[in-house]
Write a protein that binds this ligand. Structure first.
Ligand SMILES: Cc1ncc(COP(=O)(O)O)c(C=O)c1O
Length: 368
């Protein structure tokens, strides 16, 4: 739900999305892979930022290849990225081959069943597909024995236009994990079996494992949107979003008073509580209850009590009164408090914070 005719002055919460920062992140990643092709993952509505804006922004930055999860996402994205390639990670839905052809969408084939359908549908028509190989995630993709069945049967491969052979890293954000190295080895073995098309393995974090992971193309998502792809290190990406919400009421509280549902916060001294117009219906996760921070200017304020559907409550006792009047803004995500900070407080990851960003926010896109 967008709010094109509602003035900013009426907004309870404003989500500002900086498209120049998204472009800059694309360029940072391009530099990191030294000219290797950079495809963009824009599934889940461009990780919550709006695929209708993110798609054209990345096209402008020079991106010609996009990945989404579902067929419907691909059909919608076609309106925003011109003739760019759109790859569907979820593969080939039964009975949907015509839709892939009609909207120029490229299925990422992840099973022998899909392989058989696409192969008979496209024989000698040159319609492209990708092949997803499973290197240890047990989610999507052909395991090595199935890959061999295809490779050993040239009849199956004849006339098939394979664009990319890809796999996905399961633990690339965990620097200590041994799984990433094992997957690299498994992926190289898979490439020996199926050497056609481009090789593509790395996601955002994988890019920062260096050249051996880059192959012919990388496929980044979350880093484009500003989350840190190398956890516990300085974030090399630009922040892309700012989320602020208004104080809509302030209350004096005294020892013994409780705040919110379930009396989730017990007041231990004379305090001032500010009620802010955001809740779990906006993707401000309930797991943040009593465990997050906001900012008023430079003042860090603790969230107290449970997150409810439309409201959260902060203890603003320490904030000068003139800064926490009704209508004042509280920074929830911004220069003082990143997406990753909020994710950590909620016991989750930046991906979930981004893709949960609600549809009620007044959205402002800057630097288009
Ligand atoms: C198959 C696949 N490739 C690439 C990506 C992009 O990953 P990231 O957002 O970590 O860059 C994802 C994201 O979930 C994915 O599922």
């Amino acid at each position: 739900m967008t709010s094109p005719n509602i003035p900013e002055s009426h907004a309870s919460a404003i989500l500002t999305i900086d498209l120049a920062a998204v472009r800059e992140n694309y360029n940072i990643l391009k530099r990191a892979v030294n000219g290797v092709e950079c495809a963009a993952v824009v599934k889940a509505n461009g990780y919550g930022l709006g695929a209708d804006k993110i798609g054209p922004t990345l096209v402008k930055a020079g991106c010609t290849k996009f990945f989404v999860a579902h067929l419907e996402e691909g059909i919608k994205l076609r309106n925003y990225v011109g003739d760019a390639e759109i790859h569907i990670l979820g593969g080939l839905l039964p009975g949907a081959s015509d839709a892939y052809r009609d909207h120029q969408l490229i299925p990422v084939i992840g099973s022998l069943r899909e392989f058989a359908i696409w192969s008979s549908y496209t024989k000698y028509s040159n319609l492209p597909c990708d092949i997803h190989v499973d290197t240890g995630m047990l989610r999507l993709g052909l395991p090595p024995d199935e890959l061999r069945q295809i490779a050993d049967n040239p009849e199956l491969l004849a006339g098939l236009n394979i664009s990319n052979v890809l796999s996905h890293l399961a633990s690339a954000d965990e620097l200590e994990s041994s799984q990433t190295g094992k997957q690299l080895k498994a992926y190289k073995e898979a490439r020996d079996i199926l050497p056609m098309g481009n090789a593509c393995l790395a996601n955002s974090s994988g890019i920062f494992f260096g050249t051996p992971y880059h192959f012919d193309m990388v496929r980044q998502g979350v880093a484009l949107y500003g989350a840190n792809p190398i956890l516990d290190s300085k974030n090399p990406m630009q922040p892309t979003i700012n989320l602020k919400a208004r104080i809509i009421q302030t209350r004096e509280a005294h020892v013994g008073d409780t705040v919110g549902y379930g009396a989730g916060h017990k007041v231990t001294g004379h305090s001032k509580i500010a009620t802010v117009a955001v809740g779990y219906a906006d993707g401000y996760l309930r797991s943040l209850s009593s465990n997050a921070f906001g900012y008023i200017g430079e003042h860090r304020i603790p969230l107290v009590g449970r997150v409810s559907m439309d409201l959260i409550t902060f203890d603003v006792t320490q904030v000068p009164v003139n800064l926490c009047t009704v209508g004042a803004w509280v920074e929830l995500i911004g220069p003082n408090h990143s997406v990753d900070d909020l994710a950590k407080e909620g016991g989750t990851i930046g991906y979930e914070v981004l893709t949960s960003l609600g549809s009620r926010f007044h959205r402002i896109y800057i630097n288009e």
